[in-house]
Design a protein around this ligand. Structure first.
Ligand code: ADP
Ligand code: MG
Length: 249
């Protein structure tokens, strides 16, 4: 299969242009991102590595519109998104961008199935939701089934293992059919085997569904599962490997 990744004529699925971000701590300014040019091609799978404190989460949060850059631009699929009005940014977060975090962030009082359904409840509001609930439930059940959780639909988070909670969180991120999935150290709280299961699930979504993925990790073995690896150092990104596992053939 021909691979046009890197061609400047292809619009990126997700791109940052000269992103800058700094934080004030006391009376000093901490320059975390100093002009980051990041690019994720459609159907791409990029791992972002870097030391703790290098700004990986900051970059991911800016790309997921959870925070605003001090300078620079964020583009999604041919559209500049960082400068959109708040309502539009909220809408994109609920439709085009799926996010997964190290700490899962499931709602403890809700079942696995209900957790997966929350983005649709938020999007449609209660009355609209009432009409759509049957189809939504079916889709949520199918997603949980795909992640091996068909026997856990009614479990609450505290009744699930870490790996299971993360798979619920991934299903929740996918129920909105995002164009891109941003995952911030999704295996950071998991043992090696559960972590490998999560990365396998992400790789499969990338290969089989063409889902574009950005995976933040400080683990080199995990990063090597992606199709390319970029490293954040001194506030900038550099590409360190393309096709590290021969996966982009
Ligand atoms: P990483 O995810 O690579 O470990 P982060 O993006 O979380 O790094 O943080 C980068 C740096 O910015 C760290 O030194 C961190 O302490 C600092 N930082 C992150 N968020 C804030 C904030 N809201 N206020 C002040 N400093 C912050
Ligand atoms: Mg982080």
């Amino acid at each position: 299969m021909s691979n046009l990744s890197g061609s400047p004529r292809n619009p990126a699925m997700l791109e940052t242009r000269q992103i800058r971000k700094r934080y004030r701590s006391g009376n000093t300014m901490l320059e975390v991102l100093r002009g980051v040019d990041f690019r994720l091609d459609p159907g791409g799978f990029v791992a972002v590595v870097g030391q703790s404190g290098s700004g990986k989460s900051t970059l991911l949060h800016l790309m997921g519109l959870l925070d605003a850059p001090d300078a620079g631009e964020v583009w999604l699929d041919g559209q500049r998104i960082d400068s959109l009005p708040a309502r539009e940014r909220d809408r994109l977060r609920n439709t085009a961008i799926g996010m997964v975090f190290q700490a899962y962030h499931l709602l403890p009082e809700l079942t696995a199935l209900e957790n997966v359904l929350t983005p649709l409840l938020i999007r449609h509001g209660f009355s609209d939701w009432f009409r759509r609930r049957r189809a939504a439930r079916q889709e949520a059940e199918e997603l949980l089934d795909r992640f091996g959780l068909s026997g856990r639909l009614q479990h609450r988070p505290r009744q699930l293992s870490g790996g299971e909670m993360q798979r619920v969180a991934i299903a929740r991120a996918l129920i909105t059919h995002p164009r891109v999935l941003l995952a911030d150290e999704p295996t950071g709280n998991l043992d090696e085997e559960s972590g490998a299961g999560i990365i396998d699930a992400l790789s499969e979504l990338n290969r089989e569904k063409g889902l574009s993925i950005v995976l933040v990790t400080h683990d080199a073995d995990i990063a090597s599962q992606a199709r390319s690896i970029v490293r954040l150092t001194a506030g900038k990104v550099e590409t360190v490997a393309t096709d590290p596992a021969g996966s982009a053939a």
